[in-house]
Design a protein around this ligand. Sequence first.
Ligand code: GUN
Ligand code: ZN
Length: 426
Amino acid sequence: MHLLLGQTLTFTADPFDAPVDACVQHETTGAVAIEAGRIVAVGPADEIRAACPDAPVTDHGGALLSPGFVDAHVHYPQTAIIASWGKRLIDWLNTYTFPEEARFADPAHAAEIAARYFDLTLAAGTTTTVSFATIHPESVDAYFTEARARGLRALAGKTCMDRNAPANLSDTAKSAYDDSKRLLEKWHGADRLGYVITPRFAPTSTPEQLEALGALWAEHPDVLMQTHLSEQHEEIAWVAELYPEARDYTDVYDRFGLIGDGALMGHAIHLTARERDRLKEAGANLIHCPTSNTFIGSGLFDMAGLKAAGHTIGLATDTGGGSSFSMLRTMAAAYEVAHLRGTVLHPAQLWWLATQGSAQSLRLGDRIGTLAPGYEADIIAVDLASTPAIAQRAARADTLWEALFPTIMMGDDRAIAATYVAGRRV
Ligand code: GUN
Ligand code: ZN
């Protein structure tokens, strides 16, 4: 048993569905009790300390104890090419992304970048990531090996591409199926790791490959499936050319059994009414990647409309199309994107999306993303006065939300005072 002291924040409901005050429990002087990697109690510090008088204590002072962030869509192999200048999606892939991803044929490179990636994300307070690897099985091994050594709950899959990619980055329908199946059997459920079936997106897969991966998913419905959907207009037009028989982009995936309640659809910006209805009906999860959408000029995700219609939505950096490793910066971008669509997101809604919202989209809402008994102890201590600019604004705050919002808008890894993975400080 071990106690962390600080402010505690627990969501008891989705703050998009009910008034914020009805969705949160906040203790200004709170404590979290941890045992064997799990949270066993959360509440007022005096009560928890009285109940466990002999437990060692780590006092985080006025810092906010929160679940670690859950980043629902990333490309760890793009770590070293983040913030590459001047291209829209297809050009950006061909110019920057594919040459870098080709380097992951070398396991030593994959291992080096995987270690660097987890160093950066843990420093940013992110304790669970869902990554596209490259087409190389070794790139999946490198990610999971590193995540396992650090005790992380982490998800990923081999990216599958069998057309419209360089020859050294192309697999086939059969090898994609075989390699994905082998990796799934090797890694899914090992410690806290989860495999994700990963066709990159419709333009880089033949119908035969999508069919093979749809079949694999039907054989393993307990794993998730991730891909990209309706990110940029040029991409959507290209998909219509490549799949003339499909009604729309969503229908391409649907025809091969790749739309369902374990589907993580990255971006999902330019959807028709039919696509929205179909995605909702199938229970597919939409993953909002706001820094990516502004950085590569993709468009403005309809958070308010889609949440109101009942879609499950996760939040993600989309590193390295996204311009940050930080979910704080990602929340800020989500706020700005929503504002440009005429709606205002509450700090509680942003924080919920970055923790419990993303966790729910991964079917992990009962294990991570909430500070409550029984949950895995992936916890961060957030300093709400981490820079002079933030501190002087937070000093004026009368409520938790007013104190938190400057950190959401201006915070970075300096705001993450501590990160705990399964109860262990890293
Ligand atoms: N669509 C297909 N591949 C990618 C990628 O790597 N990043 C982004 N942002 N969109 C994609
Ligand atoms: Zn992506």
